[in-house]
Design a protein around this ligand. Sequence first.
Ligand code: BDP
Length: 599
Amino acid sequence: MLYPIETQSRRVKNLNGIWSFQLDQAGRGEKDNWQDGQLTDPIPMPVPSSFNDITTQEDIRDFVGDAWYETSFYVHDEWFEENIFIRFGAVSHTATVYVNGKKIKVNRGGFLPFEIDVTKHLHKNQMNRLTVKVNNELSWDMLPPGKVVEEKRLDGRIKKRVKQQHDFFNYAGIHRSVFIYTKPSINIEQIRVNTSFLDDRGIVDVKSWVTHVGDSQTIEVAVQDHKGKTVSSGKGGESKLFIDHPRKWSPKDPYLYNLHITVLEGGKLIDHYVMKIGLRTVEISNGHFLLNGENFYLKGFGKHEDALIRGKGYDAVTTLRDFQLMKWSGANSFRTAHYPYAEEVLHLADEMGFLVIDETSAVGLLSQGVPATGELQPVFQAGKVSRELFEHHKKVLKELIYRDWNHPSVVMWSISNEASTMEKEAEPYFKSLIQMVRELDNRPVMNVNLMLIEPERCVVSKHCDVIGLNVYHGWYSTPGELEQGERDLRHYLNRWEKEFKLPILITEFGVDTIAGLHKLPPVMFSEEFQVEFLKTYQRVFDQMSYVCGEHVWNFADFMTKQDTVRVDGNKKGVFTRSREPKSAAFHLRQRWQEGVIYD
Ligand code: BDP
């Protein structure tokens, strides 16, 4: 599914803005015909955004169940000559879509786009109504897993609560842009770009899938530089283009070319799509991560899509501020913990030169809630991880790859975060997912491990190319004792290296830190302790040649459910939730930007 853009043959209109919104406390909306424009008591709600933090009401913030959204729009007459689609960037977690009162789609999974051909459901010369029922319940047959419990309140009302496995607030709503757009009936459905180099030539392999294409149509492919000069061109659904002396894409020079694909019939243009591409290679070799054939150390953060007021709603302002701060700190990469991010984020990563570890929404496939400490209980063996969950995981992983495989910034797939990978039943589960990834794409595959996983008992890592480790020695274990933490960390990393001989990416290390809390000598939660913790860990990483990168947890403070271990959310940010620096930010800048090494 290609991102909707305006081209010579395609038209797009954005349906973002203020929609009508109403909670369905009694779960009767459909029976009461809310899809027919009959919301009884709507309030205005912005799209895209989470609905939780917009109002002052606890009932809305903590609501679990169905929430209804409605908007209306006209469609220009000319559009009816083409096929008309409505596309949602992401709705968390289950969306039921109605057009002019008719149910046309149910989509499960809150972090990927879906589109619907609405041509035959739309009215010409009349207002059209778009209604979406958004359900934010979690269950163990989708990702992220969780469950809903019902509690009787003192006033006799039933309140639903989500029991979640993951450490971020279960924000809900229409989280990403909604577009209505046209595609010609013969259209470019999908494009696959692969880049490589031969001596000083760049090779761009382009495959395009065109629907209903016949013998009378031709496909033309051209690569242009930033000045619009064609540097290479070819013909056909599969073509190999060569570019002499190409500018390679990298964080230092994130150079992008424009790839134009055109479908023609008798010289007449039928469809046209253009996308930005970057020429670069990624590989794992001799225990190292290589970008364009050279050793590359990943410096950066595990992030979240999380911001004040908007929750998980995509917001260009926050994204650009984040990217500016990451550049300032000297970061060259980030992980989309713990779910696929908005495509707009990846477009910007391509443009601004960040390497992205692209993660699925498989977070919390283990017995523990948050923080994940204590004894691990089986979940695969105990039948909690069902066939349905596996199929869902496979589906979202496949859709993620199809969505993101053309981004030069995306350098690795992360198939899960902190799953119960010491159970033998986890092996066929993950092996089959990894096999699917390898059939679709050639990027390295990583799985992220919880620090309670013992390398000698992990059944999944041997199938991966890179080992992701979340490490908190001196925080969750031996709290506050950094000396012991350092010893434990060193020992733990060495065990992983000994067992698998694979590059290790430190996918998480960090500590909760209250901005403005200062202590000398440092104690937990103070800014000084966060700096000491990072320095201690980095000293260890610098001595371990198989560590191919360090991602601090987290880029910024983020909201979680209310809990005794969280102070108005998770405070492991290097930046506050309003994106101001803690002391650790200056430390990272010194290390990453200025190369200062501490011993
Ligand atoms: C890790 C999780 C992450 C949490 C973090 C923490 O991967 O989602 O936020 O711990 O406890 O286990 O801060």
